[in-house]
Design a protein. Structure first.
Length: 229
């Protein structure tokens, strides 16, 4: 029998401390920016000793990258959860032969929920930090535009493809349609929110959702005229 040993998995306490440090770090970086943030304040917010921060995450740069990646993963997971609420049966013709339901209602609900996620505190702080620190940390683009962040767009493309196959949307390139659907939301939202410096009232969010869906269905709706691909 060999003398090698199997590495023990990290303890629950160690995992909890790491999560507390990353959460505290993101809070402080969002509040101060990278240059003005200090590890002492991060440790205070996380409720740990300063040396514990270094033991878990290393130096300030490593801490910043890890905090940004963790926040991006959390935002991506919540966005994905919203997209997954869109049923492929949305607007399907009932089996009793009555008229099909309007697809605009479920798409508007999706659009509104996505705008809520886009405007929440963590998402807004993440975008601010990305814009502020991208020159110093260009690798942040891999976090913001990488596979995790793109998962919601991929799932949306899959839902739109199924809706097109069932005849509820026009034949289209689903990835392009998903990209344009999201752009119809994020572009106007950034303008209305003044790039995250203004809280957008709920009535405006609902209006943006309606407008985006109306434009989207004008191009991709089953009754739209002209090629959509």
């Amino acid at each position: 029998m060999s003398g090698s040993t199997t590495a023990k998995p990290p303890s629950r306490g160690r995992i909890d401390k790491r999560q507390a440090i990353l959460s505290g770090a993101f809070t402080v970086f969002a509040r101060r920016g990278y240059a003005r943030a200090c590890v002492v304040e991060i440790a205070e917010v996380a409720g740990v000793a300063k040396h514990t921060v270094y033991n878990h995450l290393g130096d300030k740069e490593s801490l910043f990258r890890s905090a940004m990646e963790t926040a991006a993963d959390e935002v991506a997971a919540r966005t994905l959860a919203v997209v997954e609420l869109l049923s492929v049966d949305a607007g399907a013709p009932p089996r009793n032969g009555s008229p099909a339901k309007d697809l605009s209602a479920p798409l508007e609900d999706l659009a509104y929920r996505l705008l809520l996620r886009c405007g929440d505190e963590q998402s807004t702080a993440l975008r601010r930090l990305l814009h502020a620190e991208i020159a110093r940390f260009p690798e942040l683009l891999d976090i913001a535009l990488g596979p995790r962040a793109n998962r919601a767009a991929e799932v949306l493309a899959d839902r739109l493809a199924r809706l097109a196959l069932s005849g509820r949307l026009r034949h289209c390139d689903p990835e392009e349609a998903a990209e344009q659907f999201l752009a119809l939301l994020t572009g106007p939202f950034e303008s209305r929110s003044r790039f995250g410096t203004r809280a957008v009232p709920d009535a405006e969010l609902r209006g943006l959702a309606r407008s985006a869906v109306r434009t989207f269905l004008a191009a991709y709706g089953a009754s739209a005229t002209g090629p959509a691909s």
